[in-house]
Ligand binder design. Structure first.
Ligand SMILES: [Zn+2]
Length: 441
């Protein structure tokens, strides 16, 4: 706990100021109230207006529904908040309406003891992922820490955590969110660099722009490196990864980035699912399509995100594809390879091994041995992006997964797997790309 507070203060220099203000403010309220409140009766602690505890997710990437809140108007007593996660639209390919992603703000909570229950957690997409999960919380929406006191009751199917916030409002989320507005800011920042071209792949069903960043100048012998992320919008770590990767590629003093750009052009889709991101979905787009099950039959009506991206790949060509994801259950970073595609051969195996061994050297957060296991020969699902692309272009293609929880072999007790570590992981990824570039074609 002490460490958590220290971490928070270190990362937000203004926190000390806020703290001082609020103590003074609190004292004033108590002084003013002293004459009004009879002896022994609890005086108001920290509010000028008594709206009590309120929950809201009506914002970019937000998701929660309130069932009920106990004692919401009272101060200094325990409060139980029963909440439900709102499901994505029904997904035909997966025969379910997915949910696990949550992101909401609770206001009026300073020094109040909260007991939060996600009452429908057990009906979510991956209930076996809840044990050992710790909810993420933030006071400034920049620094996210874990709530140690999180537990899953398997019998009741309820995920609960207990927290006494130190500020008036607190945000809780499944993982450090990467809302659509931040994506827009990222695109604006990256496209400001003179070496970057921004292309519009198309528009989504909700009318969002689907962005493709091209970094580097095309040339006869240049390799075409595609990296895409967030087909599953609830996997926000994937776009934090992209942020780290993009900043490294554009660092003109970085020798790895410079060498990469001499040999390759990067085609990057930092967010494949803007609608799902904005709506607060876990796994699907506005029509309920699981985009990572659409690569064998994308349509403009149901999965335009995949349709337009695949069209651009056909026009440009692909020598390398990394598809970046997060896994709810497995507490490791790992790569899911293409052993099961019909085109799998010694050349692709050698490339994949070379990539993995370079990544192992660059980032101790990467590992081999824990993951999904390999598909049997010829048994890959060609509706999945990396399999479809590997097969279509006979190139090195894989899915990269990061944990929602933490890495079992290198735990970070305060934040778990975090946005910061996702960024560093994206940063390190470039070394492994460089290692395979000369051999891609
Ligand atoms: Zn995914």
């Amino acid at each position: 706990m002490a460490k958590r507070k220290a971490e928070y203060l270190r990362c937000t220099p203004k926190a000390t100021l806020f703290r001082a203000e609020s103590v003074e403010h609190r004292n004033n309220v108590v002084l003013h109230a002293a004459s009004k409140w009879a002896k022994g009766e609890a005086a108001p602690t920290n509010r000028d207006v008594g709206r009590g505890i309120s929950v809201n997710s009506h914002f970019d990437s937000g998701n929660i529904e309130v069932v009920d809140i106990s004692n919401s108007e009272k101060h200094g007593v325990d409060h139980t908040l029963n909440l439900r996660i709102h499901a994505d639209p029904y997904c035909e390919s997966d025969k379910t309406a997915h949910f696990m992603w949550f992101f909401f703000r609770v206001t009026g909570v300073r020094d109040e003891q909260l007991h939060l229950n996600i009452v429908n957690a057990g009906e979510g997409s991956f209930p076996t992922a809840w044990p050992n999960y710790q909810a993420c919380a933030s006071y400034d929406r920049k620094y996210w820490f874990r709530i140690k006191d999180t537990a899953y009751d398997k019998k009741k199917g309820v995920l609960s955590w207990h927290h006494k916030p130190e500020r008036d409002a607190v945000w809780y989320a499944y993982f450090a969110p990467y809302p659509f507005e931040r994506h827009e800011e990222l695109i604006a920042e990256i496209q400001s660099d003179e070496h970057v071209h921004l292309d519009l792949l198309g528009q989504t069903l909700d009318g969002h722009d689907l962005d493709l960043l091209r970094i580097g100048e095309p040339g006869k012998d240049k390799k075409k490196v595609w990296i895409i992320a967030r087909q599953h919008p609830g996997e926000s770590m994937a776009e934090w990864f992209m942020e780290g990767l993009l900043h490294r590629i554009l660092d003109r003093y970085d020798p790895v980035a410079r060498k990469c750009l001499q040999q390759a052009v990067f085609y990057i889709v930092p967010n494949m699912n803007p609608d799902g991101t904005w709506r607060g979905h876990l796994r699907t787009n506005a029509a309920g399509a699981n985009l990572n099950r659409e690569w064998d039959h994308p349509t403009k009506e149901h999965s335009p995100e995949v349709y337009y991206t695949r069209q651009a790949m056909d026009e440009i060509g692909v020598d390398f594809l990394g598809d970046i994801h997060g896994d709810e259950e497995i507490e490791y970073n790992f790569l899911a390879g293409n052993e099961g595609i019909p085109a799998w051969d010694d050349r692709l195996r050698k490339l994949q091994d070379e990539f993995c061994s370079a990544f192992l050297h660059t980032s101790p957060d990467f590992q081999l041995g824990n993951g999904y296991g390999n598909d049997e020969p010829g048994q890959a699902n060609l509706a999945i992006c990396s399999s479809a692309v590997g097969q279509r272009y006979k190139c090195l293609a894989f899915t990269l997964e990061m944990p929602f929880k933490d890495t079992d072999y290198a735990r970070e007790p305060v934040q778990g797997w975090s946005l910061e570590r996702s960024q560093r992981f994206g940063h390190a990824f470039l070394n492994a790309v460089l290692a395979v570039l000369p051999d891609l074609r």
